[in-house]
Ligand binder design. Sequence first.
Ligand SMILES: [Zn+2]
Ligand SMILES: [Zn+2]
Length: 456
Amino acid sequence: MRFRVRKMPALVLVALVAALPGISQEPQPIAGGNPALPLVHVENGQNSTSAQNSHYVVLVSLDGLRWDYAKRDRAENLLALGKKGVWAPDGMIPSYPSLTFPNHFSIVTGLDPEHHGLVANSFYDETKHAKYAIADPNVVRDGSWYSGTPLWSLAESQGMHAACLYWPGSEAEIAGHRPTWYAQFDNKTQATDEAEQARIDDAIALLKMPEVERPHFITIYYSEPDHEGHQFGPDAPQTKAAVLKMDKLIGKLEKALRRTGLPIDLVVVSDHGMAKVEGGWITLDEFADLSGFESSGALLYGTSEENREEAYAKLKQASSQFMAYRRKDVPAGLKYNQNPREGDPVVVATGPYAIRVHKPVQGKLDNGPEVGMHGFDPGRVPEMKAIFFAAGPDIVRGKTVAPFQNTNLYPWIAHMLNLQPPRIDGSLNVLAGTLRDNGGETPNSAGPQTAEQGPQ
Ligand SMILES: [Zn+2]
Ligand SMILES: [Zn+2]
């Protein structure tokens, strides 16, 4: 696949709260917006008439909230949301690898990671001779790393405003657009109680703006309970407490959205689950000479056909805790065999095992793996499954759905927003039965373009 390098936009960015002095454009006031979450405003014109007549979707992600936590911990607001609308009692299936950036971006593009380009949280690109890393804001904000059309770009391209109160990819210009409002992620402050509440306040303030201005599609991202799941494990009391804290916020958000009186569909998902790691680190260079390889996490980038084949031959017999494949031979179900960013050979854990390429360099601390981890093949490690709860004017009441691939959310959300989706990997057919109009009877019924049809 080709990766296009895109120019930075000639847009006027206005920091709303930390307003820059001397800006001639009138800043868009967000009445009641919370100063704990300043938003960047992008001049994207006004909502079209058709956008103004469309419904609203608020898409929330609770990072690492495993599919079974809600029932286990009696997360009453999530369970009530599912009862009022739809939910997946046996979970939603993340894309492989079940990591944060690949899956958040699959949810908003409808594409498998190898098609949208984020094949891991960090990876190497041989054409760019550069590494993508989620901790590097300069890279994260560079649109040339991303492919596909995120829902906010789809909305903006069709005359509808969008806002991202955090979401992986939302700080870059992708497919020629940026959301009209977005927050810049700050790992240090985003998990404070104040900053968590601020996402609700900002969403409501945005929805109270004049009809020509207000966003119809809003994303909200929370980093919990992933953090607790890693540090203490999925079954720890700290993780349960974080689940209930997030559930309380969902209750607050739901109530606040209801009070606006607007036709809003609330969709709450997670990116992946969490599993307790078995054993210590598995270090790949103990099985094969990988000294000439570029690497990132457990991804391996051979420099020649010879060293790829040599490493593969060694690794494939090395352990029952991982499989090694030449990239072209990675089983089709993983959808991980087309993008050079996936490396070659490709190593896939057969269970909840922590795999790395090298030991830390001498003098650096070699800690054991975290208690909880994710990233594994959901087919082998079902703890990787995520949540799906949704209710609103476009969604039927009291329905459950069988586990489905998260790429199918895209055409479903686009349908609720009256947007025409591009060609993607997900299909509207999978969730059409949860829509009051069965996925038809709208101006879009001429048919969303999907690469695959039918349940996956
Ligand atoms: Zn995550
Ligand atoms: Zn995590």
